[in-house]
Design a protein around this ligand. Sequence first.
Ligand SMILES: [Zn+2]
Length: 305
Amino acid sequence: MPAITRRTALLSAAAAPASLALPASAQAHDGGGHAMPRARSFTLGEFHVTTLLSGSVPREEPQSIFGMNVSAEDFAQVSEENFIGTDAAQFFFTPTLVDTGSERILFDTGLNAASLEGPLAEAGYAPADITHVVLTHMHGDHIGGMTTEAGELTYTEAAYLTGQVEYDAWAAQENEGFDAKVRPFAERFTFLGDGDAVTSGVTAMAAFGHTPGHMTYMLESGGQQMMLIADLANHYVWSLGYPDWEVRFDMDKAAAAASRRRVLGMLAADRVPMIGYHMPFPAAGFVETRGDGFRYVPVSYQFMG
Ligand SMILES: [Zn+2]
């Protein structure tokens, strides 16, 4: 292999367009000291869809969360076959903004309000630009950004929507997160059933199990579809490849597995792309069948408009 000369190094640096360089304020770090973007936009017909990275953290002992009902040997074998380790897993938390041209709909609010400020700004939006906030379900990593540190609503101009079954289930019990972030704003919410529209081209679809009323959302514009699967599947290998592997955070494990098989089967058969809240950033990909389960195919250069 020829050595890189000083001259060729200079030439390739000069050839890189200046627009590739992000301002320092728009950069996140991947833990290795490398800057990485936290907003990624996709074009879907007339819609502009942007995934927003609220946070990313490593978690140790992933089998305490995924594959609870399989042996350590099976977990290790599947992980090795898919080029990932078993000591730790990287978790991602990714709300999605859908700009329809007339509405700017934020799906889930991230770990906390501050964590979305940078990604939103990187995509060219301010909190006051959000016209609708949709909560897919009431887990803390999805409702955390509902309020600021002062306890006020983060998205002051927005209408709020969530599933009726989900809201009712959490309202019937005590829960610290729900009681702080959602219940005080109950009168601002509109409640959705299976098949109800958020707006033209944005449809709620029941996928219960992860939580009692967990909902996915189908986007349709210009003859193209994309599904926001939220927490239908929480890991790109263990949950896609093995839908029946039990996940600690699935409140009804059998129902969650049945929802995974039904919805992922539909996405694979119809070749509909998806965005998953916990998929590796930018959290968008395709689903194909593989063996008795599915395989996640991350986006590359599709949807660049
Ligand atoms: Zn989640």
